[in-house]
Design a protein around this ligand. Structure first.
Ligand code: PLP
Length: 408
């Protein structure tokens, strides 16, 4: 069985005190912490190998290039992608989705076409599609979740038609933790002739991702949500499709031959990687994925047990109103304390050293589906312990009378 205590020492930040309490970090859906091997790899790149990639024949540039391309292969293995050139490095999920939305729109969208997204999406998987649809006079169709926050694929089936060009959906909701039926979504969308983009920003950390088995067309995630550095991300795309998409960001590194008036472009993956990449971050991301892989599926199971335990216990606290109750929940649990603002709840928890997120979680339509403008979100990771869950629940019970006191 996975023992979080055995790896907590890898995460120096978990030893911090906040407001004179030991830090209990439960905001992992926003950003996870980096373990020592990732921090060391990041620093090592700057200390010993700093040089630009794919640009120099000198030794450091060659070494940097090799290390970055090795990271690409690590990502390829992590996702079980068929080819390394199917891995495009980006600055994060948001950048990856914008890239696809922009490029896909130019290549494939015509007036009257349709794109389907759900109303549980993070704004990053909604607004780029709004913009693309507007520019190409296509229609954005919203697949609404059920009352409990689950997605019913029958609804999707009734929305798909020959006009549908793309279904863009998250693997796991960042508000309610709904684990979505991606296999069914991909099959249905493909049967209708539509492409599928999976926003795996949350899903990437909660189980094995196998893009060949899933057979999605695009999948995006951010390094900082899976123990890697901020400013790194991955866009996976099937090679045959990426080859048909035009680059949308232009500059150094992505061109082949340039004249004063025209340019031809590099092949995959470089045509989508204009400018100097986040070299140290990318190499550290490769290390982060290997770290997570070494921990194995036991770490994911541990995390699921923590969420299950929290949900059970929080249902017993009369003031707690959980947001949604999807059939399968992983990673996050959102709630409000009856009558009190999410902000005040999170601020009081912070005084106890407990870090949780409050607000609309960049998913305003998802919260409005539940009649809310905001919520508190708790999101454990594999390095969190059962004792920390108990301390959080204890903190919550202490916060309730304080909040009630401020109201009278
Ligand atoms: N999609 C989902 C489901 C997310 O949870 C997030 C971040 O919270 C994003 C997209 C955006 O990720 P980033 O800010 O790293 O680009």
């Amino acid at each position: 069985m996975f023992q979080p205590e055995s790896i907590r020492g890898d995460f120096p930040i978990l030893g911090l005190s906040v407001n004179s309490h030991p830090l209990i970090y439960l905001d992992n859906a926003a950003t996870t912490q980096m373990p020592e091997p990732v921090l060391a790899t990041y620093c090592e790149q700057h200390r010993l190998y700093e040089a630009n990639v794919h640009r120099g024949i000198h030794r450091l540039s060659q070494l940097s290039t090799k290390r970055m391309e090795e990271a690409r292969v690590k990502v390829q293995r992590f996702l079980n992608a068929r080819y390394p050139e199917e891995i495009i490095f980006t600055s994060g999920t948001t950048a990856g989705i914008n890239l696809v939305a922009e490029s896909f729109g130019r290549a494939f969208l015509h007036p009257g076409d349709e794109i389907i997204v759900t109303n549980m999406e993070h704004h990053s998987n909604l607004v780029p599609w709004q913009e693309t649809c507007r520019r190409h006079e296509a229609a954005l169709k919203i697949w609404t979740m059920e009352a409990n926050g689950s997605l019913d694929v029958n609804r999707l089936a009734s929305m798909l038609s020959s006009k549908t060009k793309m279904v863009a959906v998250c693997g796991v909701s960042n508000v309610i933790g709904a684990l979505n039926p991606l296999d069914d979504i991909v099959k249905l969308a493909h049967a209708a002739g539509a492409f599928v983009l999976v926003d795996a920003a949350q899903a990437i950390r909660h189980g094995r991702t196998n893009v060949q088995e899933l057979f999605c067309d695009f999948l995006v995630f951010s390094g900082h949500k899976i123990m890697g550095p901020t400013g790194t991300g991955v866009l996976y795309g099937r090679r045959d499709i990426l080859e048909k998409l035009p680059p949308v960001v232009f500059g150094g590194g992505m061109v082949d031959r340039v004249t004063e008036t025209s340019a031809s472009f590099e092949s995959l993956p470089f045509k989508f990687e204009a400018g100097t990449p986040n070299i140290a971050g990318i190499i550290a991301l490769g290390e982060a994925l290997e770290y997570v892989q070494r921990l194995g599926i036991g770490a994911c199971e541990h995390e699921r047990n923590l969420i299950r335990y929290l949900e059970q216990e929080m249902r017993e606290i009369p003031e707690v109103e959980l947001v949604g109750s999807p059939r399968f929940r992983v990673g996050v649990l959102s709630f409000n304390l009856q009558g009190f603002s999410a902000f005040d709840t999170a601020a009081l928890l912070d005084k106890l050293g407990i870090a949780v997120r409050s607000g609309h979680h960049c998913a305003q339509p998802a919260l409005r589906h539940f009649g809310l403008e905001g919520a508190v979100r708790v999101s454990p990771a594999f390095y969190n312990t059962q004792e920390e869950m108990e301390a959080f629940l204890d903190g919550l019970r202490r916060v309730i009378p304080l909040l009630k006191g401020t109201k009278t």
